[in-house]
Design a protein around this ligand. Structure first.
Ligand code: ATP
Ligand code: MG
Length: 436
């Protein structure tokens, strides 16, 4: 992509309305634009990141056998009357009336809808288990939408729903999602800690929220110091048995604000870490709550009716865009982990209009593209300083700087955005490293 043609409205000044760094940087880097409170348009570069995050989430869901589908955003109120949640949900639900005076709503989540789809077509235990998911916009009329995409009213969520015959099978499904979540966040360069979360009326301990630590997190959490220890984490993750991994994570203390336990925290002594966290996902086993209320029943092996065991598994896809920035930035701007970067390389032509520079930059640009490396080339006229600042702001993992001095010597400058390291290398070397 050529910067001169790309719709990337970056801002030099900090927008006054942004209170936290990710919001500030997303606005400054031209990723999103607010439409109304908590509702955003995603501009091309922001949208690219959103899609990359979505794709990682999708691949890890597919890898555990979940099947992607797509349910609508608008749902009939009657469905929610069946589960009893239409009245229970409160003012967070956006309620709509259509031209025939039917009550509709913009879905804040999809348990009812998926349960209806399931019950209409699955009648026998032989068709279990089923694990279905979609990645779809949700609407929750939050009291205080804030922090940009972190707490929006309209936001993109991956929500998966599982259907199993009995508790043992449901637990197995839960464990698979637990591990898939760890992998998903790790691929995005995030350390997300699974924490015991409120499990509502069902009780039990099969509800975990995944949080990344950041000073701007909305909730205070507490956990064992080991969760911050990369070696410890790698050791556990290397184990191939699902239950062993889940146990290793869950037997160490880690709790979100309403689940904290004073006694357990005292006992930890110096091993206790109290910090702030951002919830980026939530997995939840709720047994037969919806299947009983909505008649999602299959015939069991013995011929008797069984209400299916369900769970739901959410990931805040749009919140993650902000979350990743909270976890990865410096004073100059965003530092994208490669897996979610909008482009891998930012190519800066320091002297647009100079024949030698233009030729060298154009040649390098073509070669990167031929090697399928995503590249944004700053081919605008303007000061070098402004181009550097702009490139640091948008945070592409690698910068290649082409200027008159280097062109004379047959070299380009290769800069790593995360470490700030710069090296003079031949264009061929730069190319083979970036294409690798
Ligand atoms: P929170 O406690 O942050 O309000 P929640 O527990 O109500 O979230 P869930 O119903 O568990 O949210 O939704 C699954 C995921 O969707 C959350 O883990 C979070 O990452 C994301 N999410 C929830 N609400 C929002 C929101 N208003 N804006 C952006 N993402 C959200
Ligand atoms: Mg939650």
């Amino acid at each position: 992509m050529r910067r001169s043609r790309y719709f990337l409205p970056t801002l030099k000044e900090n927008p006054a309305e942004a209170q936290i760094v990710s919001h500030r940087l997303m606005l400054r880097a031209g990723m999103v634009r607010q439409s109304s409170a908590g509702i955003y348009s995603w501009l091309p570069m922001g949208f690219k990141v959103l899609k990359k995050i979505e794709q990682i989430v999708r691949e890890e869901q597919d890898a555990i056998g979940a099947q992607e589908m797509l349910m609508p955003t608008i749902q009939p109120a009657d469905l929610w009357r069946e589960s009893g949640r239409y009245d229970a949900y409160g003012p967070e639900m956006l309620r709509i009336t259509d031209r025939h005076d039917r009550d509709m709503l913009y879905g804040p989540t999809n348990e009812e809808q998926i349960t209806e789809i399931f019950r209409d077509s699955v009648k026998s235990y032989r068709d279990l288990p089923k694990n279905l998911y979609h990645i779809q916009w949700k609407f929750r009329d939050e009291v205080r939408p804030r922090f940009g995409v972190m707490r929006g009213r309209e936001f993109l969520m991956k929500d998966a729903y599982s259907f199993d015959l009995d508790f043992e099978a449901a637990k197995q499904t839960y464990n698979k999602q637990f591990i898939a979540y760890l992998k998903t966040y790790a691929r995005m360069g995030l350390k997300a800690i699974p924490m015991k979360a409120a499990s509502g009326p069902i009780g039990g301990d099969m509800s975990h929220e995944f949080l990344i630590l950041a000073d701007t997190g909305e909730s205070e959490i507490a956990c064992h110091r080991d969760f911050l220890d990369n070696k410890w984490l790698e050791n556990i993750a290397a184990n191939s048995d699902l239950q062993t991994v889940v146990n290793a994570f869950t037997e160490k203390y880690a709790a979100t604000d309403d689940e904290r336990d004073e006694g357990a925290e005292k006992a930890l002594g110096k091993d206790l870490v109290v910090a702030r966290g951002i919830e980026v996902g939530h997995i939840f086993y709720f047994g037969t709550k919806y299947s009983e209320a909505m008649n999602a029943i299959v015939t069991g092996p013995d011929g008797n009716d069984v209400s299916v065991e369900m769970g739901s598994y959410g990931i805040g896809v749009s919140r993650l865009v902000g979350g990743i920035i909270e976890a990865s930035h410096d004073d100059d701007g965003i530092i994208w982990p490669e897996a979610v970067a909008p482009f891998k390389v930012g190519l800066i032509n320091l002297k647009t209009g100079d024949d030698a520079c233009d030729t060298a930059a154009e040649d390098f640009y073509q070669k990167l593209q031929a090697a399928n490396v995503e590249v944004l080339m700053d081919d605008r006229e303007g000061r070098a300083g402004a181009k550097f600042a702009d490139m640091d702001l948008i945070g592409l993992p690698w910068q290649v700087i082409i200027g008159p001095k280097g062109v004379d010597k047959g070299i380009v400058e290769l800069k790593n955005r995360a470490t700030g390291e710069r090296e003079d290398v031949s264009p061929e070397d730069a190319l083979s490293r970036l294409a690798g």
